[in-house]
Design a protein around this ligand. Sequence first.
Ligand SMILES: [Mg+2]
Length: 130
Amino acid sequence: MVALDFDGTCVTHEFPKMGKDCPHAVEVLKKIVAHGAGLVLFTMRSGDYLDDAVRWFAEREIPLYGIQMNPTQHIWTDSNKCYAHLYIDDAALGCPLIYDSQFAKRPFVDWVAVDRLLMKHDWYMEPIEK
Ligand SMILES: [Mg+2]
């Protein structure tokens, strides 16, 4: 289970507009899904803006396991925190970022570095509990 932020993470932060795809986000997200992990979109977007984000995944054929919540955690907890094994968010401490003011006004997730980190920590080798 991977909880995933949207603005600054999947796309450059241009909210309320749709940002540009963060380089290599789509390929690494597809790799994560291919490994068997469910993706939960976990974003501050709501309403039509959330719909835009959900559409972004559909258009790129990246399946979402959940939107704003882990759909199965209610079985074992009443907590509002989205349960995930991994959180990828441009605001997370330690998340690798690219600072390229020509491409985007704000830093955005460095997906090549994320992929490298997942490989370094053998994440793709571990069995996944969806
Ligand atoms: Mg963000």
